[in-house]
Design a binder for this molecule. Structure first.
Ligand code: SAM
Length: 243
């Protein structure tokens, strides 16, 4: 998979080179390009923003600079087009389902906004040539799209084949079956007067699987009841419904 990020703070994306993502680059599972938006400015101040039409506080990112950057980065001459991701608190929610869907894509480009955001015509214009998604990572407002892009890239890249040491771990994670994952434990058996639940030490795999399912259901019900409501009909069996 190829991933490009356009930002006015390229150093913000340095964590892409660390840990699991860094290894994915080394192993050539992903190719990453980070681009400084100011390279597409033409004035001495290298301005990327201007005051908003209609008045109001803050500044808006200029369409001409973004337009040129996207033309160059997204039109690489191969005829292939990327999926353009525009992080914004006003976007549709980014979820694990989005991450799974994007993990099938060959090429993602992230356009990181700052200030009040990017002139809307940039998004409308890009959508004439490529699939575009405006997405939010949660109901709060960050100062820029870089952290949002990092969050989404990490969620997508860990799903690519050969990136996680044990691919089964992604299959058992929270949200894979629509529920939150239950608690997990490691050695020692007793720590600060707290023993590991007996069943996990029993070696009885069926009992362990049932216990984990119960914990997962209970935790989801307590913390995120709306996830249970959203499960497709028939997902819960009679035993699940007792929890
Ligand atoms: N005026 C915008 C609004 O109220 O919807 C907020 C702009 S925010 C201060 C600046 C940039 O941060 C956005 O263009 C976007 O790139 C990023 N951003 C902030 N919160 C975000 C969120 N929850 N999800 C994704 N991106 C976010």
């Amino acid at each position: 998979m190829r991933i490009d990020v356009i930002t006015i703070f390229p150093d913000y994306l340095n964590p892409l080179r660390e840990a699991l993502l860094g290894k994915a680059i080394q192993r050539e599972r992903i190719a990453v390009g980070v681009h400084d938006l100011r390279n597409w400015t033409h004035d001495v101040h290298r301005a990327v923003d201007d005051s908003p039409y209609g008045g109001g506080p803050g500044m808006v990112m200029k369409p001409d600079v973004w337009g040129e950057a996207l033309d160059e980065i997204c039109g690489d001459g191969t005829g292939q087009v990327p999926r353009l991701v525009v992080p914004t608190p006003a976007g549709r929610p980014f979820t694990q389902r989005t991450a799974v869907r994007w993990s099938q894509e060959p090429w993602l480009v992230f356009a990181c906004g700052r200030y009040e955001g990017i002139d809307q015509r940039v998004i409308t214009d890009a959508a004439r040539r490529m699939p575009v998604e405006e997405v939010s990572i949660g109901d709060y407002v960050l100062v820029g799209g870089e952290v949002a892009a990092l969050t989404m890239i990490e969620a997508v890249v860990r799903l690519l084949p050969g990136v996680l040491g044990n691919p089964a771990s992604a299959e058992q994670d929270s949200f894979s079956d629509g529920l939150l994952e239950g608690p997990c434990y490691t050695r020692p058996e007793v720590w600060r007067d707290q023993p590991v639940p007996e069943v996990l030490r029993s070696g009885n795999h069926a009992a362990i699987a049932r216990w984990r399912r119960d914990q997962s259901l209970e935790r989801t019900w307590r913390r995120r009841p709306e996830l249970i409501e959203a499960l497709p009909e028939g997902t819960l069996d009679a035993r699940d419904r007792e929890v």
